[in-house]
Write a new protein. Structure first.
Length: 139
């Protein structure tokens, strides 16, 4: 059984969301923000990565990672606005294929928490979600 790439699948899903795209454009990054973004921040940007705290694996071919999301903005208000668009998109995530990976849905586990990056002082909102991912290739 092959575990699919939930980060790439989520990025594809989020890039297709019109509310997120209207704010962040293509600044939706899995794992970390590119070095090229450092000189351009703060502005709308979404970054997400695996986090500790997955739930016990079910007896079906599902992978259920916990994924932390950070929504950035020029101001705390902009960071919250992008978070609200993210929240809406993830709540609507239903069983569909993205990048040959079957995503089943997402449930918020923690957050939102508004804060500033300790190094850059960029405002962002943190939240953490469990995402249900099919382990069987759809290709």
């Amino acid at each position: 059984m092959t575990i699919q790439d939930p980060i790439a699948a989520l990025r594809t899903f989020l890039l297709a969301d019109s509310a997120i795209a209207a704010l962040a454009g293509t600044r939706i990054h899995g794992n970390e923000s590119p070095v090229t973004e450092a000189g351009l921040q703060p502005r709308y940007m979404l970054v997400f990565r695996f986090a500790p705290g997955s739930i016990p694996e079910p007896d079906v071919p599902l992978f259920v990672p916990r994924i932390d999301f950070e929504t950035y903005g020029e101001t705390p208000y902009q960071a919250v606005t992008l978070y609200l668009a993210l929240h809406d998109a993830l709540k609507q995530l239903s069983r569909d294929v993205h990048n040959d990976t079957l995503l089943h849905g997402a449930i918020r586990q923690a957050g939102p928490l508004s804060q500033r990056d300790v190094n850059t002082h960029w405002p962002f909102v943190w939240s953490s979600w469990h995402v249900w991912v099919g382990e069987v290739s759809t290709a």
